[in-house]
Design a protein around this ligand. Structure first.
Ligand SMILES: Nc1ncnc2c1ncn2[C@@H]1O[C@H](COP(=O)(O)OP(=O)(O)O)[C@@H](O)[C@H]1O
Ligand SMILES: [Mg+2]
Length: 498
């Protein structure tokens, strides 16, 4: 074996050789070097560095060398290396002269004290020399921006009040209440059967509220496993768990900050989470899991449930204090069978939407088909009506739909009972409650009394405010109060007015 005796064998000599070689490499291969002293003044530059002076704005070397580095090189980090004694091995520096890949190395005396910093410009024009890397970086940045935009648009509300189709008194009333709720910052509680449009209204309330420009974030109690709900709401601090969540995760409260948090299927919330939710709402603060810091949040809560919350409270399944906290602005969303007048318009709108999404032809329902649909009990409400129309669109070869086709789909769709279309034409169902058969003036008077009592209660007994709320003059409110007869109405109102 031939030994090459020109190479040193002892560590010290190897290091010295390596250091000299690396320095030579840097000195020749680099695009320039500059040295600053411990006061961060430029004391030396090499020939290559001199080329940058005009671009940095200096004609003569003496205008550059001898001056504080921060006053002659914008965005320099040399003082940071002086302060910490730690090298910055690779960095991008952008200033008047362009963008550079730079390296900064502290220089120490024999006692180990930092006496200066050597700055090395490794490449200029990194956009060409580091092209693959920079292109990848730009691509990732672009992807990140796209993802952020996508997320933001998903969080933006999908529906406004205009999306809530219906002109029946029931539909107009629910829209009126929800509109009024939109301008308040109190919690809203949407109560109604499944498929009545509670989620749609939650979106619309947000979109009409002063928080419209901020996020709308939903949590569905029925869709998230109980064990994960707490983390879902409050988030997880970094390092609280190993594995996927190691980096920590923001909770929905944080994500909804400044906006609206929609608690869907509130009645399905487990007791353990109810306690924590109540505390969060009372304090206006949350504590992410595994963190000992409290985060303040500013969130407007809209909750919805198809369950009878008051009954759940009585059964000990829902906390009474949380119920009162959320039941500030209750809005009852009527089931479809209480507003059958809206069915034709809903059929029209839903068919348009189904055609637009499926790119098929829009269905045209024959009169008999419409009448049959209008007669159904619709326990699943608008969601169920929509499903039936979707089925019809899928099953039928022609856009013309007959009553027989509707009947076939209804039979197959699991409706517990099919009402024949003729029933829809009857003025009042035989099972109409007894109360609806009393003289109309009596019913109207009773309704007025109830409305006045409710308005007075809402306004803490303030008659002027109650009159405004009811949309009548103060004088006519006094008239109605004076005219109130019958023991129940009077006593009820008087106890509130005092
Ligand atoms: N008044 C309405 N006008 C038009 N579409 C409605 C209306 N109410 C509900 N929908 C539609 O019915 C479906 C169910 O509504 P959703 O808001 O999810 O009901 P809920 O939350 O009460 O179960 C959705 O596709 C929704 O867009
Ligand atoms: Mg829902």
């Amino acid at each position: 074996m031939i030994r090459d005796d020109r190479l040193p064998r002892d560590a010290q000599s190897i290091l010295e050789l390596a250091a000299r070689s690396m320095f030579d490499l840097f000195a020749h291969a680099s695009e320039g070097m500059l040295l600053v002293d411990r006061k961060a003044r430029v004391v030396w530059i090499n020939d290559q560095y001199r080329r940058f002076l005009p671009a940095l704005g200096f004609e003569r070397e003496e205008d550059f060398v001898g001056h504080p580095v921060s006053s002659v090189v914008q965005n320099t980090q040399m003082h940071q290396v002086l302060a910490t004694g730690k090298p910055i091995l690779i960095d991008l520096l952008t200033n008047k002269a362009g963008t550079f890949v730079v390296s900064r190395i502290p220089l120490r005396d024999d006692a180990g004290e930092v006496i200066g910093v050597l700055g090395i410009v490794l490449f200029d024009h990194p956009e060409t020399t580091l092209q693959p890397l920079i292109a990848k970086f730009a691509r990732l940045e672009q992807d990140l921006n796209d993802a952020r935009r996508e997320l933001a648009s998903q969080r933006r509300t999908k529906y406004t009040f205009a999306s809530f189709v219906g002109t029946s008194p029931g539909a107009l009333e629910v829209k009126r209440q929800a509109r009024r709720a939109a301008s308040s910052s109190s919690p809203v509680l949407l109560l109604g059967e499944t498929g009545t449009g509670k989620e749609l209204l939650a979106h619309a309330i947000h979109a009409a509220s002063p928080r419209a420009g901020r996020p709308f974030v939903s949590v569905n109690m029925a869709a998230v496993p109980d064990t994960l709900l707490e983390a879902e709401f409050f988030g997880v601090a970094p390092g609280a768990y190993t594995g996927a969540d190691k980096k920590g995760r923001d909770g929905k409260f944080k994500l909804a900050d400044g906006g609206t948090l929609f608690l869907d299927e509130l009645g399905d919330m487990p007791m353990s989470v109810q306690v924590k939710l109540l505390r969060a709402l009372q304090e206006g603060e949350i504590e992410p899991l595994g963190s000992n810091r409290l985060l303040r949040f500013d969130v407007r809560v809209v909750a919805a449930t198809s369950r009878d919350l008051a009954q759940l409270v009585r059964d000990g399944l829902f906390r009474e204090d949380l119920y009162y906290r959320l039941n500030v602005l209750p809005v009852r969303v009527p089931p479809l069978r209480e507003r059958r007048d809206d069915i034709p318009l809903l059929i029209e709108t839903l068919c348009e939407d189904i055609a637009a999404r499926g790119a098929g032809q829009q269905l045209e329902l024959q009169d008999g088909a419409r009448a049959l649909l209008a007669a159904q009990p619709w326990r699943g409400n608008i969601r169920e009506l929509r499903n039936v129309l979707e089925q019809l669109a899928l099953r039928s070869d022609s856009p013309q739909i007959s009553a027989q086709q509707v009947e076939a789909v209804l039979l197959g769709s699991g409706l517990d009972r099919i009402e024949p279309a003729a029933a829809a034409a009857q003025p009042a169902p035989a099972s109409a409650p007894e109360t609806d058969l009393r003289p109309l003036p009596e019913q109207v008077a009773e309704l007025e009394q109830r409305a006045i009592a409710a308005a007075l209660q809402r306004c803490g007994g303030n008659r002027a405010a109650a009159a405004r709320l009811l949309g009548i003059s103060r004088a006519s409110l006094y008239d109605k109060l004076a005219a109130t007869s019958g023991p129940s109405g009077v006593s009820e109102i008087q106890t509130i007015v005092h």
